[in-house]
Write a protein that binds this ligand. Structure first.
Ligand code: SF4
Length: 282
């Protein structure tokens, strides 16, 4: 029996309205990237996306908002959306990804039936000021600690290919070992011409080695998930990510870029003799 691959789908329920200046993020209003921007995705559309994700074998469904962190209005929207989604797609495990969050806010998230919270460290503490000047890395770390503190499942990882050094990558992974995330999403920078960063300099072989390094550094993490940038980074070699330690992928579209059709990923797993995970585990 082959190893089981966890499939997760992400739903950008609020897009492109963030005032922060993260240099890799096309959702910042500062860079005027040519993306779709809206305050709240219509609930019917969210429900349809959840139903499609569930019927394509996703176990995780992540409600993402583009902002530095939760406020009362966003919290209410996320919690009410979670309840609606649970009604139409009860097999999905709900994840929230809404930026920095306090213990009190995370308790509300948990009460709404959401099981996990995703907040990425993004990169090392030392490199972070070069990619973001509007909030400190320490706030990111503290939110992850809050997630652990309220008993939500912590999902935390980062993004490679921003111009960081190998020492920065190792430092971020070392920070993650202290936080003990259950799932570690790895993103590969997808360049948008409106952004000030240079295009992702990583080769496919280097990116595969980073998956391996993540797996080796976080042996207790249940899932190493290749998330944003998979198709662009690996192209025809994306099947190889599973040989280097990945056991989870995001299927369907990403936050502001289009992923390939979900059925193509299911066909890829089948051709590789890999099974789709049917139970979440932790
Ligand atoms: S805080 Fe989040 S949504 Fe806002 S610019 Fe940074 S990465 Fe993008």
């Amino acid at each position: 029996m082959g190893k089981k691959i966890f499939l997760c789908s992400i739903c950008n329920i609020n897009s492109g309205t963030c005032n922060e200046d993260c240099k890799f993020c096309s959702q910042s209003v500062r860079y005027k990237a040519d993306i779709e921007r809206y305050k709240q995705k219509p609930i019917e559309q969210i429900k349809q996306e959840a139903i499609a994700a569930e019927s394509n074998g996703a176990l995780g469904f992540c409600l993402v908002t583009a902002d530095k962190g939760l406020n009362d209005k966003t919290l209410e929207f996320v919690c009410s959306t979670a309840k609606e989604v649970q009604r139409v797609a009860p097999k999905l495990r709900l994840i929230a990804c809404n930026g920095t969050a306090s213990v009190e806010q995370l308790k509300e998230i948990k009460k709404a039936g959401i099981k996990a919270y995703n907040h990425n460290l993004e990169t090392s503490e030392a490199f972070y000021p070069q990619i973001c000047t509007t909030h400190p890395w320490s706030e990111r770390y503290e939110t992850c600690e809050n997630v652990n503190g309220v008993g939500l499942v912590l999902i935390s990882g980062g993004i490679f290919g921003l111009g960081e050094s190998q020492a920065d990558r190792e430092s971020m992974l070392a920070s993650l070992t202290r936080l003990k995330p259950t799932s570690v999403p790895i993103n590969f920078y997808h360049h948008n011409p409106a952004l000030q960063l240079n295009p992702n300099p990583l080769s496919i072989d280097e990116a595969l080695q980073l998956i391996k390094l993540t797996r080796q550094t976080l042996p207790d993490a249940q899932r190493i998930m290749v998330a944003g940038g998979r198709e662009l980074m690996f192209g025809k070699r994306q099947e190889e990510i599973f040989d280097y330690g990945a056991n989870a992928i995001v299927i369907g579209n990403y936050l502001t870029t289009t992923g390939r059709a979900m059925h193509k990923d299911l066909e890829m797993l089948h051709a590789l003799g890999l099974e789709r995970a049917t139970e979440v585990g932790a």
